[in-house]
Design a protein. Sequence first.
Length: 320
Amino acid sequence: MEYFFFTPCSFAAVLVILQKNNMRPDHFQDPFHGKEGIYQFTMEHLEKARLFRSESDYDYGVNSIALAACEHPKTRVLCYSLMDNHLHLLLRGRYEDCQKFYLWLIRRLRIMLKQRYNVTGLLKDMAFDVSAITDDRMFINEVAYIIRNTYKARMYSPFSFPWNSADTYFNPLREAVRGTRFDIMQVSEVKALLQSHTKVPGNWEHIDGRILNRCFVDYNYVEKRIGDSLRFFDKIRLYDLESVINADRGLPESIVFTDMELQEKLQAICRNEYHVSSHLQLDRKTLLLLAKSLARRFGAPKTQISRMLGLSQDVLDKLL
């Protein structure tokens, strides 16, 4: 197992490289003028690839946010959500510090893609959007927007998704969930578990290798800023009403598979029908037949098929 860590000089070099590769949103004007503020960072969606391909990948992503919080103590994590092909972060601090936090996180995810899938360059030139949160109305809307992303993608309900920060807010059972404390583990065990030399607080806990949200998410600030749990849940619930309205109108509800669910079906087709272990072993003609099969059998949309098979949108537009 190979581990990576950053010195101040090496990170500065990485920051310069990323900025030269147009990752920095030069159009953004900081309304807080170098003072502490709140910013939402949104990664540009990957069109033909997935950032998180398994539960282990998602756990690595959560741990990477927690480790970034350790490496950048001047920046506080307020809210996050990891999607299969992008991510959302709501951070509190000076813009410069928040940007360093985000770029450090992207660097960690690039390492994951290289180590696990031998994928290089995927996030090298990825742009990101930044928006500043300047009042309470914007704040609760942004938190609701981030948490409801899985619902919009028809993946999970906002509060059942394991890889966002929803379980920390206004949750009376938040402290009842107990994990394994890091201070009872050997240093070598912690390094192997987190794949990092970054030191984490001993009272932090993990369950099955994923650091608990309450350890690194500043839920106290979020709750104080929103003020009322009913207001918070009503805001989230408003977005859930979409399915109720459709049902009232008699609109049919289509079954949508998540990427992980579709991946299982994709592998089964490859094994049982094409006698290969991966779609990467298929020739071009067979790959196109597979794309048609995913659309016909499982109702997979073009954007999802593009991510799963690495086919361009133009090709799928002509094919489907």
